[in-house]
Design a protein around this ligand. Structure first.
Ligand code: SF4
Length: 381
């Protein structure tokens, strides 16, 4: 019997140590103009029996480890003998479970792009089964599109909460209806607010994603303002920053080539982040910058207590003269620093190299510098 289980392509960075359990494949919408994750793939809701079989397979690998443990230590010799009987995909799955347990085995992320498309009654059944098989799990989270979440009642979402779903991650990208329309997000800010309020009323944590720069030059102020309006209406637990990176394979890149979309500079995208933080009125909202695409990596904090600190951190970078700004961009984009105060720790030889690269572009308007930075960023998405 095949003991492997499928794994989808994406998860939030905050779920890096979570076990990935696929309950759907692909995305219900799959038409956002900036997204190429599921390009060419259909959407598929897995049957609860199929998902439970995959949970059984995960438990099988857990039990295999238990069988080969003596006095809290793994008997490597006997374990390796059994591992030799596994196929390649089974072995990969075994190591996923093994590494997850080694990291504590505390969290699970349900994949893929819109897992709440599985009817709440069915998803609750799967969650209950998962929690029974792995009673040590402390947190289960998933992605859900606002338009799908808005379809379910608060009572249906409560079923998910009671069955053990703790947090929903949802990609709002923007709270501006003009931007949502331009990127073909397939939902409105009204649906975002409806979905967000329902998730909160059901007692689950809500993590919403904002894409600074996704509205381009035309909507830069509106992108921050309208996102703040939506955040203030919902009061989510987390606002996660995902600075927009224009992928060359996306429809939005064609829009840029046709002159219908003008990309912001790195500095302008940071300005949007600063504006959003300054306009959030909900004290308990946590701003989280947990991706290398954000120009400041440690721009994290609770609005009520850390807003000023976050604004100062952003202003420090926003006010840099261009030469210093470029050096910071490179140091950040190549992973040497999280924020400007760490620049002194970048090795001198590296800084010299960065200076050579930055100066080689010249400092005129058509220097090509921003495109160079965007090429660096594209490696990360
Ligand atoms: S909803 Fe998410 S996964 Fe689906 S197309 Fe849009 S960005 Fe991509």
């Amino acid at each position: 019997m095949d003991r492997s289980f499928p794994v989808g392509p994406i998860r939030p960075p905050s779920e890096a140590s979570s076990l990935l359990l696929q309950v759907t494949r692909g995305c219900t919408w799959n038409k956002c103009r900036f997204c190429v994750v599921y390009r060419g793939q259909g959407f598929h809701v897995m049957k609860p029996e199929e998902i439970k079989q995959n949970i059984d397979n995960m438990a099988y690998f857990r039990d295999m480890l238990v069988r080969h443990a003596e006095n809290g230590m793994i008997n490597k010799e006997s374990l390796y003998r059994e591992l030799e009987t596994l196929t390649g995909p089974e072995l990969q799955c075994f190591y996923m479970v093994y590494n997850w347990l080694l990291a504590g085995g505390r969290s699970v992320f349900l994949q893929d792009g819109d897992s709440v498309a599985l009817k709440p009654e069915k998803l609750a059944d799967v969650l209950t089964y998962l929690r029974e098989k792995f009673p040590q799990i402390e947190r289960v989270t998933t992605y859900g599109r606002a338009s799908t979440l808005a379809r379910w009642s608060v009572d249906q979402l409560k079923l998910l909460r009671e069955a053990g779903l703790d947090r929903i991650h949802t990609g709002f990208e923007s709270g501006s209806d003009n931007v949502l329309q331009m990127i073909n997000k397939g939902l409105t800010s009204e649906q975002q607010i409806d979905a967000g309020k329902k998730v909160k009323a059901a007692g689950m944590e809500l993590s919403v994603y904002f894409m600074p720069g996704i509205g381009g030059r035309n909507f830069t102020e509106e992108n921050a303002e309208q996102t703040a309006r939506v955040v203030n209406a919902i009061d989510p637990d987390f606002v996660r920053l995902r600075t927009f990176v224009l992928k060359k394979e996306s429809e939005m890149y064609d829009m840029k080539l046709r002159g219908e979309f003008t990309e912001l500079t790195d500095r302008e995208r940071l300005r949007e982040i600063r504006d959003l933080i300054s306009m959030i009125e909900r004290n308990d909202v946590q701003v989280v910058s947990d991706h290398i695409v954000n120009l400041i990596g440690s721009l994290n904090g609770r609005i009520g207590t850390d807003r000023q600190k976050m604004l100062e951190m952003a202003d420090l970078v926003l006010n840099l003269p261009e030469e210093k700004f470029r050096l910071y961009q490179l140091a950040r984009r190549y992973g040497y620093v999280e924020n400007y105060s760490q620049m002194a720790a970048v090795p001198g030889s590296r800084m010299e190299h960065f200076r050579t690269v930055a100066d080689s572009y010249g400092y005129g308007e058509d220097s090509g510098w921003e495109e160079h930075i965007n090429d660096v960023l594209r490696q990360y998405v």
